[in-house]
Design a binder for this molecule. Structure first.
Ligand SMILES: CCc1ccc([C@H](C)CC(=O)N[C@@H]2O[C@H](CO)[C@@H](O)[C@H](O)[C@H]2O)cc1
Length: 818
C-alpha cells in the first residue's frame, strides 16, 4: 500500500462536485445549505488541492529518487498573488470547476473574489520570485523556493484625506487553504552566544555556543506547472519558540513572562519589512534573513540528499540562487555547517561553497546595498562573523597576489567596510562567494560591471553576466487578459502559453484590419471591466473612451511619479487658464497605483499631492470629460491583473541608470499597451524588440545623466528656461491643490527646484514632447492598434520561461527533468 500511487479525484463535473461536497462536509464540517461563502471558498480550494496532490507527491518522490541537480531559490520575498485561478488554470480544471459550482448553485466568481492574496513581498523583486517559481514548475526544473511565511505581509494601504495610512495585512485571518504545515520537519535555528575552540584529535575545531534558539516550522505551498502534470514546492518558514509556554512561570501568575519566549520567537516571522530600497539595518531584519536561510540550508542537506551523499559533490547537486543580498548570510552558514558540523576541512568546504551559490543583484541605488555592522552581526551571529573574516582574509590575499600592495584597491574590495563604521558589505560577500553574479537587464548588468562593482568585474573575469527579467504569461496574459488570449490562440494556435516566442505569429495580423478591430474591441472590453472593478472597489469612475494612461509601481523618487504629476498639472493649467481649448486635449484617465515605504516621507508627500491634484481636477467642470486622475489604494497583484489589460499607455519614466529592469513594463507591452519611457532598465530591450516607431522614447540616456551630474546639475535653470514647467510648478506651489495652503506641498516643490536628485526638471521638456506624440498617435486609432499588436507580437522574449532558460544555460546547469 505504501507504494500505491495516490489516485486524484475524477476530472469530471460529478467527480469535482463529490470532492467539493466531501471537503465542505468533512473538512469544513458544514452542510451546503448552512455553509458560509468562506466555507465554500475553503472547500473549493481544498478540492483543487486534492486534484494537484497526486502530482505533487509523485514529483517530490521522483525528485528525491533522481538526485539530479536542482535549484534552491532563496528569497526573502514572494509576491504570489491569488492562487485559486492560477491553480485551476495549471490543472486545466477551470471549466469543470465552474460547472460543478453551478451544479451546487454557487457562483464561482463570488468565491474567487473572497481570496486574500498573500502579500509576502514589496514589489519587483518579490513578484519576480513568484514568476520564476511558476516558470521552473512549468519547465519541469527540479527546484524548491525557500522563504519566510510572514504572519503579516505588505501593509494594506488606505487614504485618509489623500494621505497614505497603513493597516496590518491579516492575510491568514480567514484561513489559508493553500498551505501545508509540516511541524515534523521543523529546524532549530540558533542566535547569539559565543564561539570556542576545542581540540578534535590533532585538528583544532570551533563550536558555536548560541544564547537562544527558535524553531523554524515549514509550510509547503504548491507551485503547479502549466498543463505538464508537475507540482514544485515553495517552502516558507514560520518561527515558533522551542519552549512555547512555561507552565511554572504561568502558575506563578506572570502570564506575559510565561509566553515571552513564544512572543520573542514568533516576532521573527511576524511581519514583512515594507522597505524596498533603503535598508533600515534593524536587528530583526537580520534575524529574519538568517532564520530562513539557516532553516533552508539544513532542510536541503538533511532531507534532499541521498544517504551517504558525498558533500564534495554538492555543487553538482544544488545551486542556491541568492535573490539580492537579503539571503547572503547563507554563504557563511553553509561554511559553518560543512566545517563545524560536518567536519570538513576549510579549503574543501570553501571549494564546495563557492560552487553552490550564485547572486542576482536587483538594484543600482547605492543606499539599497545592504551592509550589516560588525557589532550587530558579531553579537547575533558570532561564528558567522569569524567565517566572513576568514573568507575576506583569503580573498584579499588573492587580490594582493594579483595587484600587489595596492592598499586603496584592497580597502575598496574588502568585504569589511571600515568607515563610517566597521560593516559587512553583503554585495561584496555575495560576489566573492558566488559562482556567477548577474544583473536583471542588459543596461543594469553593464552598469554593475562598470560602475557598481568594477573592481570585482576586473578581478573575476567571466563571473559577471546578465539575465534579463521576465514575467509569467500564465498569470499576466492567459489569466489577466482572457479576451486577448483567445484572439492570440485564434491567430497563432494553442501552446503560446509555454512558448511565448510564438507571439511572433501575430506580426502578420497587425496589417489585418479585422484583427485590429477585434483587438480594439478586447481593449475596450477590458476598460469596461476595469470601470466596474474600480467603481465597486473604490467608487472611482474611469472616463468613457479615455486614453488609459497608467503608472503602477512602488512610489520612489527615482521612478519619477513627479514627472507624471507635472504633465497632468501642465495639461490642467493649460485648460484652466484658458490658454488651451479643452477640446484640443486628448481625453485621458490617469491611473496611479503605488505604495510608499512607511518611513519614506517624501514618497508619502508625493502620494498626498497626487490625490490632491486628482480631487481638484476630478471636480473641475472645465476639464470634465477631458482629464481624470484616479488613485485606487492598495495596489497589489490582483489590481495589477485588472489595470494592465485595460491600459493604452504604460509609464516607464525612471531616470536612466536607476531602474534595474522593471517588470511592469513587460506586462503592459504583452497586454498591448504602448510604452512612453526612458532608455532605462529593460525599456532598452523592449524598444529594441518592438521598434522605435512603436515606442515613445524620451529623455537623457544614462551617459547623458552622468555627464549632466558631473558638470553640476542646477534644476532651477530648467525651471527658469521652461514656461510650461514654471507654470506647473508655480500652480502646485500656489496652494491650488491644497486649499490655498502653500506650505502643504512646498517641500515637494523646493526639493525639485533645489535638489532634484533624479532630474525630473531636466527631462520635463522631452517628456512633454513625447506626450504630444502620444496624443497625435492616439488620434489614429488604427495605427495605434497596429503598433499595440506589434508590441504583443514582439515581446515573447519577456517570458520568465526565457529568463529561466538563460539561468539554466548560463548559471545553474539544471536541465529540466522531463
Ligand atoms: C533592504 C531593503 C530592500 C528591499 C528590497 C530591495 C529590492 C531589491 C528592490 C526591488 O524590488 N528591486 C526591483 O527588482 C525588480 C526585479 O528584478 C526590478 O525589475 C526592478 O527594476 C527593481 O527596482 C532592495 C532593498
Amino acid at each position: 500500500l505504501a507504494l500505491a500511487p495516490v489516485i486524484p479525484p475524477a476530472s469530471t463535473v460529478d467527480g469535482f462536485v463529490q470532492e467539493f461536497l466531501n471537503n465542505l462536509n468533512f473538512r469544513q464540517g458544514v452542510a451546503l445549505s448552512s455553509s458560509s461563502q468562506n466555507d465554500r471558498y475553503l472547500a473549493l480550494a481544498q478540492t483543487v488541492r486534492d486534484y494537484l496532490m497526486a502530482r505533487w507527491l509523485e514529483d517530490q518522490r521522483a525528485q528525491f529518487e533522481r538526485q539530479s541537480k536542482g535549484v534552491c531559490y532563496l528569497s526573502a520575498e514572494y509576491l504570489l498573488g491569488r492562487q485559486l485561478d492560477n491553480n485551476l488554470l495549471a490543472s486545466d480544471l477551470g471549466g469543470i470547476a465552474a460547472e460543478a459550482m453551478s451544479v451546487c448553485g454557487i457562483d464561482l466568481d463570488e468565491l474567487r473574489g473572497l481570496e486574500v492574496e498573500p502579500g509576502l513581498g514589496n514589489g519587483g523583486l518579490g513578484r519576480l520570485a513568484a514568476c520564476f517559481v511558476d516558470s521552473l514548475a512549468t519547465m519541469s526544473v527540479p527546484s524548491i523556493g525557500y522563504g519566510i511565511r510572514y504572519e503579516y505581509g505588505i501593509f494594506r494601504q488606505t487614504f485618509v484625506d489623500g494621505q497614505q495610512a497603513e493597516q496590518p495585512d491579516q492575510w491568514l485571518a480567514l484561513g489559508s487553504p493553500w498551505e501545508f504545515p509540516h511541524p515534523e520537519a521543523a529546524q532549530i535555528v540558533s542566535f547569539g552566544g559565543h564561539t570556542e575552540r576545542y581540540q578534535d584529535g590533532d585538528v583544532e575545531r570551533t563550536r558555536w555556543i548560541p544564547a537562544w534558539n527558535v524553531q523554524a516550522v515549514p509550510y509547503n505551498y504548491m507551485v503547479p506547472g502549466y498543463h505538464n502534470g508537475r507540482v514544485n514546492t515553495l517552502r516558507l518558514w514560520s518561527a515558533v519558540a522551542t519552549h512555547a509556554f512555561d507552565l511554572r512561570i504561568f502558575n506563578s501568575g506572570d502570564y506575559a513572562e510565561a509566553v515571552r519566549a513564544q512572543t520573542f520567537a514568533s516576532n521573527i516571522s511576524k511581519v514583512l519589512y515594507p522597505e524596498d530600497s533603503t535598508p533600515q539595518g534593524k536587528e530583526l531584519r537580520l534575524q529574519q534573513q538568517y532564520f530562513f536561510v539557516a532553516a533552508s540550508v539544513s532542510d536541503f542537506l538533511d532531507h534532499h540528499l541521498a544517504d551517504g551523499f558525498d558533500l564534495t559533490k554538492l555543487p553538482d547537486r544544488v545551486i542556491f540562487q541568492l535573490n539580492d543580498t537579503h539571503p547572503v548570510i547563507a554563504v557563511p552558514e553553509l561554511m559553518r555547517v560543512l566545517v563545524d558540523v560536518r567536519g570538513l576541512e576549510w579549503d574543501a568546504a570553501w571549494e564546495i561553497t563557492r560552487g553552490c551559490f550564485a547572486y542576482t543583484c536587483h538594484t543600482l541605488l547605492p543606499e539599497a546595498l545592504e551592509e550589516w555592522s560588525v557589532d550587530l552581526l558579531g553579537r547575533l551571529l558570532p561564528r558567522h562573523l569569524e567565517i566572513i573574516y576568514r573568507i575576506n582574509e583569503e580573498f584579499l590575499a588573492e587580490v594582493r597576489e594579483t595587484y600587489g600592495d595596492d592598499e586603496l584597491r584592497i580597502r575598496n574590495m574588502s568585504i569589511i567596510a571600515e568607515h563610517p563604521e566597521r560593516a559587512i558589505r553583503m554585495a561584496y560577500l555575495a560576489t566573492v562567494a558566488g559562482a556567477k553574479v548577474n544583473g536583471v537587464a542588459e543596461l543594469h548588468s553593464q552598469l554593475l560591471r562598470d560602475k557598481v562593482l568594477p573592481d570585482f568585474a576586473a578581478f573575476f573575469p567571466g563571473k559577471f553576466t546578465n539575465v534579463t527579467n521576465g514575467v509569467t504569461p500564465r498569470r499576466f496574459l492567459r489569466l489577466a487578459n482572457p479576451g486577448l488570449s483567445s484572439l492570440i490562440t485564434e491567430a497563432v494556435g494553442p501552446g503560446w502559453e509555454t512558448d511565448l516566442d510564438r507571439l511572433q505569429g501575430l506580426e502578420a495580423y497587425a496589417d489585418d484590419a479585422g484583427f485590429r478591430t477585434a483587438f480594439a474591441e478586447v481593449k475596450a472590453q477590458n476598460k469596461v471591466r476595469l470601470r466596474h472593478e474600480l467603481l465597486a472597489r473604490d467608487g472611482l469612475v474611469v472616463g468613457e473612451d479615455h486614453l488609459m494612461d497608467v503608472m503602477v509601481k512602488r512610489l520612489h523618487e527615482y521612478k519619477r511619479q513627479m514627472l507624471k504629476v507635472l504633465h497632468i498639472v501642465s495639461l490642467y493649467e493649460g485648460i484652466a487658464s484658458g490658454r488651451v481649448a479643452a477640446a484640443e486635449v486628448t481625453p485621458r484617465t490617469f491611473i496611479f497605483g503605488a505604495k510608499a515605504a512607511p518611513g519614506y516621507a517624501m514618497a508619502k508627500r508625493i502620494i498626498h499631492l497626487i490625490n490632491a491634484v486628482g480631487s481638484v481636477i476630478n471636480d473641475d467642470p472645465r476639464v470634465e470629460g477631458r482629464l481624470k486622475v484616479l488613485f485606487p489604494p492598495n495596489y497589489n497583484v490582483t489590481l495589477a491583473e485588472r489595470v494592465i489589460p485595460a491600459a493604452d499607455l504604460s509609464e516607464q519614466i525612471s531616470l536612466a541608470g536607476k531602474e534595474a529592469s522593471g517588470t511592469g513594463n513587460m506586462k503592459f507591452a504583452l497586454n498591448g499597451a504602448l510604452t512612453i519611457g526612458t532608455d532605462d532598465g529593460a525599456n532598452v530591450e523592449i524598444r529594441r524588440l518592438v521598434g522605435d516607431e512603436n515606442f515613445f522614447l524620451f529623455g537623457m540616456t544614462e551617459p547623458e545623466v552622468e555627464a549632466l551630474w558631473s558638470t553640476g546639475y542646477r534644476p532651477g535653470e530648467f525651471y527658469q528656461a521652461d514656461e510650461d514647467l514654471r507654470r506647473a510648478l508655480d500652480l502646485i506651489a500656489s496652494g491650488a491643490f491644497s486649499g490655498g495652503d502653500r506650505s502643504t506641498f512646498e517641500p515637494v516643490v523646493s526639493n525639485l527646484l533645489y535638489d532634484d536628485r533624479f532630474m525630473v526638471l531636466a527631462d520635463f521638456a522631452e517628456y512633454i514632447r513625447a506626450q504630444r506624440e502620444v496624443d497625435a498617435a492616439y488620434a489614429d486609432q488604427d495605427a495605434w492598434n497596429r503598433a499595440a499588436i506589434l508590441n504583443v507580437a514582439r515581446c515573447g522574449f519577456f517570458s520568465s520561461d526565457r529568463s529561466m532558460r538563460d539561468y539554466i544555460n548560463g548559471i545553474w546547469h539544471t536541465p529540466p527533468a522531463l
